[in-house]
Design a protein around this ligand. Structure first.
Ligand code: C2E
Ligand code: CA
Ligand code: CA
Ligand code: CA
Length: 276
């Protein structure tokens, strides 16, 4: 029995070790990524769900590592949070996105993801204010996307920070709605401009899963009555587009309308200058 236990232990140890080692290597690499210009943003179109007209872009972060290639934000953002690198990386993202959006037509917005760690970092609101001032982007063209997990930390002044952002004139979106721990009370604590409905609901609703259709319909009705917009995320097909249109979503985003684009391509669409 002791041997069996030892055997199991030894069988698992290399894997555990490899995961920890990979993490350590990535973390060291991430520290120098900013300095070495390995981060860039892609911009995914957000359109009017009814007409398909371009309304804005969501900035999505990419890290190109010289050896490992393109690393997904789903993998390195949590790492950056643990390593206390999310504040400088997030500041770079915001500055880059605001400077870019300042070049676009003034009815095109930019959305930037903000992680809970970053939102709670000291001076976050001042940093946003300074970045807006330096870029010349008007505050109402910036949308900050947060997930419900920002409310999970008690005693950190989340609601106050969000209120101060609203006072600056920026818009707030509630990202990934319906995927986490979502007491509806969060909607009454903060004046969100938009609820982003997760792709899982979009997919199921288009397949006529009764519960998904009912939930999307209810979220749209709730948003309407609170004066908020809804964005359907991850719309990949015409069927999904027709369904979310029928359910009354305000805006839509997904591969059906456009993949995340390199900066020059997004700029061409955002300025009406196709040549660039
Ligand atoms: P998210 O905010 O929910 O972003 C949407 C994700 O869905 C993006 O993945 C996007 O590329 C992907 N997507 C868009 N359309 C479709 C579609 O039609 N089908 C499918 N299957 N997927 C679609 P991405 O770029 O890999 O980003 C993953 C997550 O990483 C984001 O999820 C966001 O939470 C986080 N993230 C991205 N950029 C940043 C950033 O600058 N800062 C922070 N803190 N987090 C970021
Ligand atoms: Ca987002
Ligand atoms: Ca999302
Ligand atoms: Ca997500």
């Amino acid at each position: 029995s002791k041997d069996a236990g030892g055997g199991i232990f030894h069988a698992y140890e290399p894997q555990l070790h490899a995961a920890a080692e990979e993490r350590r290597v990535l973390e060291i690499a991430l520290r120098s990524a900013l300095k070495n210009d390995q981060l860039h943003l892609l911009y995914q179109p957000v359109v009017d769900a009814g007409t398909g007209a371009l309304k804005g872009f969501e900035a999505l972060l990419r890290w190109t590592h010289p050896e490992f290639g393109v690393i997904s934000p789903a993998k390195f953002v949590p790492l950056a949070e643990d390593a206390r690198l999310i504040a400088p990386i997030g500041e770079w993202v915001l500055r880059t996105a605001c400077n870019e959006a300042a070049k676009w037509k003034d009815d095109i917005r930019v959305a930037v993801n903000v992680s809970p760690e970053q939102l709670h970092s000291p001076n976050f609101v001042n940093m946003v204010a300074q970045t807006l001032a330096q870029s010349g982007l008007s505050a109402d063209r910036l949308e900050l996307e947060v997930t419900e997990s920002v409310f999970l930390r008690e005693g950190t002044g989340t609601v106050q920070v969000l209120d101060r952002l609203i006072d600056l004139g920026v818009r707030l979106s509630l990202d990934d709605f319906g995927t986490g721990y979502s007491p509806l009370g969060n909607l009454s604590r903060t004046r969100f401009s938009t609820i982003k409905i997760d792709r899982a609901f979009v997919q199921d609703a288009a397949r006529n899963v009764r519960e998904a259709v009912a939930i999307v319909r209810a979220v749209v009705a709730l948003a309407d009555s609170l004066g908020m917009a809804t964005t359907a995320e991850g719309v990949e097909s015409e069927e999904e587009h027709l369904m979310i249109q029928r359910l009354g979503c305000t805006r839509a985003q997904g591969y059906f309308f456009g993949r995340p684009l390199p900066v020059e391509e997004a700029r061409g669409l955002a300025t009406g200058d196709r040549a660039s």
